[in-house]
Design a protein around this ligand. Structure first.
Ligand code: ZN
Length: 224
């Protein structure tokens, strides 16, 4: 069975590498965005407040209990820690949570244009999106609204702000946030072409989700 957390050393490596990739891909600006990894059943490692994701130092990472108490670390935890804690409480299967400010996704969400999943990769990595209307950043209200949406989807758009998404690992998290922004960019370009309807054929998602369900059923049927 896939473990639903990483040990602390692996989690620190995963966060620093993921931060560099997200920063290099232009999915945050300046000190925007923050990341977390589950390091135990009731514990996460989170990025510090006011730090560029491209320049994370593992000594600045902060360990929090899921109750929000600091367990280890000198730096102040991310200002969006409530949202990360709420995401991990809501989704025991989530190992990594990413909050980024992808520019095209933000533009479309703020102007009321739904982001369309157009290619197979968009559909495979993003699956489904939910939207949360503006709420103050760093607030418990925002954290609660995001956690409620995560019952149905892995990717939540925060209007006028960014996104919060969860994934079973760092690689999947990067693919998810990068494909969210790719889908938003493709949607923007489709709108410029006058296209308002094109999406990836829904039967593609039905096919892959059918295969995944069959694989899970086979594992549980084997007593695994
Ligand atoms: Zn933010």
């Amino acid at each position: 069975m896939t473990p639903s957390h990483l040990d602390s050393a692996d989690a620190a490596d995963a966060l620093t590498r993921l931060g560099r990739r997200i920063s290099a891909a232009g999915l945050v600006v300046g000190a925007g965005g923050n990341l977390s990894v589950r390091t135990g059943p009731d514990e996460i490692l989170v990025t510090p407040s006011g730090c560029s994701l491209g320049e994370l130092d593992r000594v600045d990472l902060v360990t929090l209990g899921l109750d929000g108490q600091v367990r280890k670390g000198e730096a102040a935890p991310s200002s969006e820690s409530y949202m990360h804690l709420a995401a991990h409480r809501a989704r025991a299967d989530a190992v990594v949570a990413v909050h980024a400010h992808p520019p095209y996704a933000n533009l479309l969400a703020a102007t009321g244009h739904p982001i369309r999943l157009i290619t197979l990769d968009h559909a495979y990595y993003v699956r489904r999106l939910a939207v949360v209307a503006y709420l103050p950043s760093g607030s418990q209200e925002l954290a609660d609204a995001v956690a409620a949406r995560l019952a149905e989807v892995d990717v939540v758009l925060l209007v006028h702000h960014g996104c919060l998404l969860v994934a079973p690992g760092a690689e999947a998290a990067y693919e998810r946030v990068a494909n969210l922004e790719a889908a938003a960019t493709a949607t923007y370009r489709a709108l410029l072409l006058g296209d308002r309807t094109t999406v990836c054929p829904p039967e593609y998602l039905a096919l892959i989700e059918g295969r995944e369900a069959a694989a899970r059923a086979a594992v549980s049927g084997n007593g695994g």
